[in-house]
Design a protein around this ligand. Structure first.
Ligand SMILES: NC(=O)c1ccc[n+]([C@@H]2O[C@H](COP(=O)([O-])OP(=O)(O)OC[C@H]3O[C@@H](n4cnc5c(N)ncnc54)[C@H](OP(=O)(O)O)[C@@H]3O)[C@@H](O)[C@H]2O)c1
Length: 241
């Protein structure tokens, strides 16, 4: 049976690299992207590398695209067994709380919380038929002195609780879907202006951590699983000195 995965926000960043790595190991990639040109370009790039990839329009800010994608997947890819809820935005990461506008907070919550909620509800029936998994890309949400992006932390806190609550419910109701969060640590992408630091992972390394957890076959029901790559971090620090 074909191993099929749907990854949202897979046209760039961690999502694209996860698609590439899963594709290399034989997975059929349903490449979720909100924009047709960007989605098709990314799928064509993967195809050039010998990977089977199909663009599926998914805009987390537009529930209709999510429901259409769920119908398309059920019809054309009834074997789907892994969903990676990767698409996300950070909002203004430098704004002090008093400077955050209601509009920008709402936008971040709409994508990271409401959009992900809609994805989970729309795809769970199909994934349940295949005893599938839903992995949700997330972050640690305790603000520190050095790192306190307001909308991002609020939205991912809500997402983490949502994952735990869905996990508890799936266990209670014996819905055969494993839902969990993945924290790959800091990864250098557009989201953080391609931050360069020994403490931030190159995208291929961050994606490899995501692939490992998403496909490890372990039960992570309702848990948030972290792989910060401390060993690789130490290696980078040593290499600098
Ligand atoms: N980078 C990190 O350090 C890090 C660490 C932990 C967790 N994460 C999480 O990992 C995920 C991917 O992060 P990244 O660093 O790869 O970010 P990124 O490079 O900024 O990529 C974000 C992706 O999400 C898509 N997206 C944004 N808004 C969307 C919407 N409304 N509907 C559908 N897709 C949308 C973007 O599509 P467009 O090209 O159309 O904008 C893009 O494909 C995020 O959920 C993030 O919170 C990141």
């Amino acid at each position: 049976m074909t191993n099929t995965v749907l990854i949202t926000g897979a046209n760039r960043g961690i999502g694209f690299e996860v698609a590439r790595q899963l594709g290399r190991s034989g997975w059929l990639i349903l490449l979720g992207a909100r924009n047709q040109a960007r989605g098709e370009r990314a799928a064509a790039q993967l195809a050039k590398e010998g990977i089977r990839a199909e663009w599926l329009q998914i805009d987390l800010d537009d529930a209709a695209t999510i429901h259409t994608a769920a119908l398309t997947a059920a019809h054309h890819h009834p074997e789907l067994r892994l969903l990676i809820n990767n698409a996300g935005i950070a909002g203004d990461m430098t704004a002090e709380p008093m400077a955050v506008t209601t509009e920008s907070l709402r936008e971040t919550l709409n994508v990271n919380v409401m959009g992900t909620f809609e994805m989970i509800k729309a795809f769970t029936p199909l994934l349940a038929r295949n005893h599938g998994r839903i992995a949700n890309m997330t972050i640690p949400t305790s603000p520190s002195r050095f790192w306190h992006p307001f909308s991002y932390i609020i939205s991912k806190s809500a997402m983490n609780q949502m994952v735990k609550l869905f996990g508890q419910s799936f266990a209670r109701k014996q819905i055969p879907v494993d839902i969990f969060g993945i924290m790959p640590g800091g990864v250098s992408t557009d989201l953080n202006g391609h931050l360069k630091s020994p403490f931030v992972r190159p995208v291929a390394e961050g994606a490899a951590a995501v692939v490992k957890i998403a496909t490890d076959g372990h039960h992570h029901q309702g848990k948030i699983v972290a792989d910060y790559g401390f060993g690789q971090m130490v290696g980078r620090l040593i290499a600098r000195h």
